[in-house]
Design a protein. Structure first.
Ligand SMILES: *Cc1c(COP(=O)(O)O)cnc(C)c1O
Length: 379
């Protein structure tokens, strides 16, 4: 028997340690996708494992209306770590799409409006609301009609944004670097203009940092590099180093008028323990800065290799350890070659982009290994 939703890969993974995964035949793979950015500290990090074990022995579940220390600690950690400490109100859920779904609801409640602006190429998740804000037709068509009142604008075009956002706009959703859409970083000016435009109309600016956050781009949140604070920030993927957690961090004006939301598993103690250990380790060891440095090194090495070996590479782009290599042929063939012949697991982002989202703890030697593998796979 097998699940029917995912297409299965021809490798059975048995265990993981640091940036490596191991299959049932004992083969080693360098995980340069961190399985969709969920393992910033690497697989089975001892601090997270210990936190999970201890919490599982103490209390595995209590609903979120009963305060419990481990959850309160996570609320405080996320509030303190939010951009400029300005998003101290935390909603916890189980995934990225739920974090965005909550942000859509909160924005509607707080503004009294329903119109939401999203961007072409955006990816915000697969539930009916978040999916409505996602661009790719293939993901949406079989399930329509989705949630209504979503308008799409061209990512990076601040003039178009200024034209469509008005007093009836509940929210603008942006990824600071579009991930699934092909690794497209926003300019600082675009994020600044988005802030000004939404301030003028009283609309909520929401940054979806589900892929960019948790240190991946060199700072804990990518928006910190632009100095732009949104009204809500959503996070998930790596926030609990692989345990299922999403969070919506909200400004006071949103929290004060958020409607009525809830979820049985909100703030599950075991998951909170994993997140506390993840965030504590990440900040104590200044891993975001390390990610920024190794990421810059990797991008430069890849550009040099592409030029030296005349590789079919159109562009290397990204920020920190969120890197896209746009190739002149199908990315899937390259990815298959990387996995089966070089023991390197990476991801696509559309048909022509090889996407690298490694654990943030990789060293330059790992980057060298992957650049060499890519050079061979592309030659
Ligand atoms: C992965 C992702 C999501 C959806 O998260 P899930 O946990 O898969 O629901 C939303 N937004 C962005 C930017 C993502 O990368």
């Amino acid at each position: 028997m097998s699940g029917f939703v995912f297409s299965e890969k021809p490798i059975t993974i048995e265990s993981g340690e640091g940036p490596y995964l191991y299959d049932d035949a004992g083969n080693e793979y360098l995980d340069f996708g961190a399985n969709y950015a969920v393992a910033p500290l690497g697989h089975s990090h001892p601090a997270v494992t210990e936190a999970v074990q201890q919490q599982a022995e103490t209390l595995t579940y209590v609903q979120a209306s009963y305060p419990t220390e481990v959850r309160t600690e996570l609320y405080d950690r996320l509030a303190d770590a939010s951009p400029e400490g300005a998003l101290p109100n935390v909603w916890l859920c189980n995934s990225g799409t739920e974090a965005n779904e909550a942000a859509m609801k909160f924005a509607r409640a707080a503004t009294g409006n329903s119109k939401i602006i999203a961007t072409k190429r955006a990816f915000h998740g697969r539930t009916m609301g978040a999916l409505a804000m996602t661009w790719k037709k293939k993901y949406k068509a079989p399930y329509e009609p989705l949630a209504g009142d979503i308008e799409f604008v061209t990512y990076g075009d601040d003039e178009e944004l200024a034209e469509v956002v008005d007093e009836e706009t509940a929210a603008v959703f942006l990824e600071p670097v579009q991930g699934e859409g092909g690794i497209h970083p926003a300019t600082i000016e675009y994020l600044e203009r988005a802030r000004e435009i939404t301030d003028e109309t009283g609309s909520a600016l929401v940054f979806d940092e589900i892929q960019t956050g948790v240190g991946r781009t060199g700072t804990l949140w990518a928006c910190e590099q632009a100095g732009v604070v949104p009204d809500m920030l959503t996070t998930a993927k790596g926030i609990a180093n692989g345990m299922p957690l999403g969070a919506t961090l909200c400004a006071d004006w949103i929290a004060e008028n958020h409607g009525d939301h809830g979820s049985t598993f909100s703030g599950n103690p075991v998951v909170c323990a994993a997140a506390n250990a993840t965030i504590e380790t990440l900040l104590a060891e200044d891993i975001p800065t390390h990610a920024g440095d190794v990421g810059a090194y990797l991008m430069e090495s890849m550009e040099t290799a592409a030029a030296d070996h005349d590789l079919p590479v159109r562009e290397v782009r990204g920020n920190g350890l969120m890197i896209g290599i746009e190739v002149k042929r199908g990315a899937n063939r390259v990815l298959r070659d990387l996995a089966l012949n070089h023991g390197v697991l990476a991801l696509p982002a559309g048909r022509t982009v090889v996407r690298l989202l490694p654990p943030l703890i990789i060293e330059e030697s790992h980057a060298d290994e992957v650049v060499d593998a890519l050079t061979e796979a592309l030659s």
